[in-house]
Design a protein around this ligand. Sequence first.
Ligand code: SAH
Length: 326
Amino acid sequence: ESVDDAFFKRRVAAAVARRAALPELAGQQGLRLIHAESDGLPGVIADRYGDTVVVQLTTAGADKWRAAIADSLHKATGCARIYERSDVEVRNLEGLEPVTGWLLGDASGEELVITENGVRMAVDFLAGHKTGFYLDQRENRRRTAELARDRRVLNCFCYTAGFSLQALAGGAREVASVDSSGPALATAQRNLVLNPQLDAARAIWLEADVFAELRSLRAAGERYDLIVLDPPKFAHTAAHAERAGRAYKDINLHALQLLAPGGLLMTYSCSGGVDAELFRKIVAGAALDAGRRARIVQQLQGAADHPVDLAFPEGEYLKGLLLQVE
Ligand code: SAH
């Protein structure tokens, strides 16, 4: 198969069509259209937010075909605005400089807002993490809404409050959200304002280091019915798995101790270097040391627009567990 303009047109169109064929994805305003290797396009990420597509190119091959990729995305989606956010460090490995800017159209002055599971979320595609939003957690955030009713919720590593607002939408009694990033918390509070249907009086914002905050909350005698732990990638490669393992164990141990009897823990790892089996062992060790018996209610993974090609198991980076403690 020769790599030319037609190659990209075919593969981009096929990736877009695969999403359109899945009922839970069709019509989503925030949607990953291209998930790199697993869509047959290594180094190409494309996320759609309304009528804007944000592209991230991370390999030299993808970088070389920028124009063909942008043109194919425009043809496959009809979106007239395409922004490039190729400012990730991994490009250094390919000898590439950071590249950002509009490839098609321009909407620089406008606020980009999507609706996810009935909640409006601002997407900072210019400076936010990834392409501006963690689309991979869409289904897990929806699950949080289902579980939150009348619960006291703690959302750690909240970023722009995706899990927090879903918990409020689901009828949580109170939602405390922790993040160490001021700008992330500013967007989080902006998101709450964008959703006047939610009871803002039930939201508490804590700008803090989660490792320290979990300890302070315990010392203060706090108890929660539902805790979400969605930390950043602690292990960038398998070589960092051991150190990352200690960090995962620490937060899970302290979160488990903060749970009221019958409480729920939604705990995630997005480290490619820590596979699902290892993650489960780490969390099991944390439960043992916390002295809490816990059962797996559900195994969690990335949403369907982040598929894992069976021939590319390394693509399975996001895994999670929903635990119920005694
Ligand atoms: N759950 C979020 C995504 C989390 S991204 C969502 O659904 O959108 C990870 C977040 O962890 C980032 O916002 C980052 O600022 C924050 N973070 C990283 N290290 C931290 C630490 N030690 N303490 C608190 N927050 C931290």
